[in-house]
Design a protein around this ligand. Structure first.
Ligand SMILES: Nc1ncnc2c1ncn2[C@@H]1O[C@H](COP(=O)(O)OP(=O)(O)OP(=O)(O)O)[C@@H](O)[C@H]1O
Ligand SMILES: [Mg+2]
Length: 246
């Protein structure tokens, strides 16, 4: 479904961000990407979302080279990107409106999403009236309203406190289980990578290269977070991450 084929990225100023990155994520699977700061993770997501071109190599989605943004692919960033002058409902339904969906249709899609994400009571609130965790939920709802096949996420939970973060990790896991989207999640957090990724790709420090791909078959099991297997997996990932260069 999603494939990186020898992707390298050198910025015009000569910064080498990514070097020969290759991996595959099967359809409907989730994949975490973890690696030191500056190793090219955001660059890699931008390449998959079609807003940045690789210097060499290719990003493929469903067998086709990504050359421009497409409606099947949603990108969620860390800073929510909500419009302050629109309500929660308005923010979530905007994409549908832009695509010409009528009022009834928008409601049919948006209302259950808000309910699933615990936002029904806040539909008429504005972003400034929400907590960080709620804003991020609105960000998820907005992306999901368009029913994407691929969900790309760049550190979506990193600005949240630990408890909210854990709750949203659970929400993300159930969204993934229910919708079977293909997910690519960039995170700095080892536990998060292991809790949410069927595969965990560890990148080296800049220029990012694939150090190891860790298979994580138990992902999605009830209470995975508290099992011995989970801790073993975290240890395995931790031991392959290079700290240091930032
Ligand atoms: N537009 C740009 N021009 C030049 N260099 C850039 C540009 N964007 C990013 N870089 C550089 O490319 C490298 C990779 O950046 P990128 O943002 O992809 O890293 P990252 O892994 O997402 O880092 P972080 O974990 O801190 O978010 C960094 O050294 C960064 O300074
Ligand atoms: Mg980044």
């Amino acid at each position: 479904m999603l494939e990186a084929k020898g992707i390298s990225k050198v910025y015009p100023d000569g910064t080498e961000a990514l070097c020969e990155v290759s991996f595959k994520v099967p359809e409907g699977e989730s994949c975490s990407i973890i690696g030191p700061s500056g190793c090219g993770k955001t660059s890699l997501l931008f390449i998959f979302s079609g807003i940045l071109k690789p210097t060499s190599g290719k990003a493929l989605i469903a067998g086709k080279e990504v050359v421009a943004p497409s409606r099947e692919v949603a990108l969620i960033l860390q800073d929510y990107g909500l419009f302050p002058w629109k309500t929660v409902y308005g923010n979530v339904s905007l994409g549908l409106e832009l695509r010409g969906y009528g009022k009834k249709e928008r409601q049919r899609i948006v209302s259950p999403l808000l309910k699933n994400l615990g936002l029904s009571d806040f539909a008429d609130h504005y972003p400034k009236q929400l907590s960080g965790g709620m804003k991020q939920r609105v960000g998820f709802a907005r992306a999901l309203a368009l029913n994407p096949d691929v969900l790309l996420m760049d550190e979506p939970l990193s600005s949240l406190d630990a408890l909210t973060r854990e709750k949203l990790q659970n929400s993300l896991l159930s969204l993934w289980k229910n919708n079977r989207m293909t997910m690519l999640l960039v995170t700095h957090n080892i536990e998060e990578a292991v809790f949410l990724g069927r595969e965990i790709i560890v990148l080296s420090s800049r220029p990012g290269r694939v150090v190891i791909v860790v298979e994580n078959n138990k992902v999605g099991e009830v209470d995975y977070r508290t099992t011995e297997d989970f801790f073993d997996k975290c240890r395995e990932v931790r031991s392959s991450i290079e700290y240091g260069a930032t």
